[in-house]
Design a protein around this ligand. Sequence first.
Ligand code: FES
Length: 140
Amino acid sequence: MSIAPPVTSGNPVKAQGRRLVQADVLKADDVVEVDTDEHGTLAVGMVDGVPFATGNVCRHQFAKLGRGQIRDGCLECPWHRARYDVRTGEMVSGPKGKVFGFPPYSKAVQGVANTAAPLRTFPVAVVDGWIALVDEPPGT
Ligand code: FES
């Protein structure tokens, strides 16, 4: 018997080239899954109205981050609530809960995630009303 929630298939938004999702589809703090030709499925959203795009797979047990939510300015995994900084991909807090929240385990997951397999981030900007992949982060 697995203690992990079942992997559910989402209904990802289909990107149109580098245009990922229309910005007005999202709330100021929101995230969705987006299928792209360039990078596969990404988690794309807004934190405080600022767009982001990251890899879609949690570093703990591979839940789909685009099915998570934004909490306290971080992207939170829908399974065990690990949190990520969407600007850097850093796991800022490890898994939580009675089993996976055991502090030494949670800290170890966080450490491994941030050193061995950090979450990828992708530069995006709002272009013509779309959150779009760009070559350089805005302001660089
Ligand atoms: S799968 Fe994301 S915290 Fe466990």
